[in-house]
Design a protein around this ligand. Structure first.
Ligand SMILES: [Zn+2]
Length: 112
């Protein structure tokens, strides 16, 4: 796996987490909503699982678009990049020796 593909994976894979979380919450909401159905009643919240999935799709899409804009800016030479491999730098983090940003490709820390 090259540094660039590792950087793309680190940028884009987390955009699926809101959808996965929304699917899990929607499954739980569906199970809770259908509890009265077993005793002959109607579902309590029939539209809630679908709305939760839509919310997850929206959040994942928004996160994906933000990360793609970062990737496109990096392709055009904007933004901070690693001096070792040239990949994008991650978010600023507080460490023992001050603030630093970790490279999304090679993983090396860069002080900022
Ligand atoms: Zn690097």
């Amino acid at each position: 796996m090259s540094y660039v593909s590792r950087m793309c994976a680190r940028l884009l894979v987390p955009s699926a987490w809101p959808l996965v979380a929304a699917l899990l919450v929607a499954m739980a909401a569906k199970a809770l909503s259908d509890l009265p159905v077993a005793s002959g009643g109607a579902p309590v919240w029939p539209d809630l699982p679908g709305l939760l999935v839509l919310l997850g799709v929206g959040a994942s899409t928004l996160y994906y678009l933000v990360q793609m804009v970062r990737l496109l800016r990096w392709q055009r030479g904007h933004g901070d990049s690693c001096y070792v491999c040239g990949c994008l730098l991650g978010r600023e983090t507080q460490g023992r020796r001050g603030t630093y940003r970790r490279c999304l490709g090679c993983g090396k820390p860069h002080s900022s």
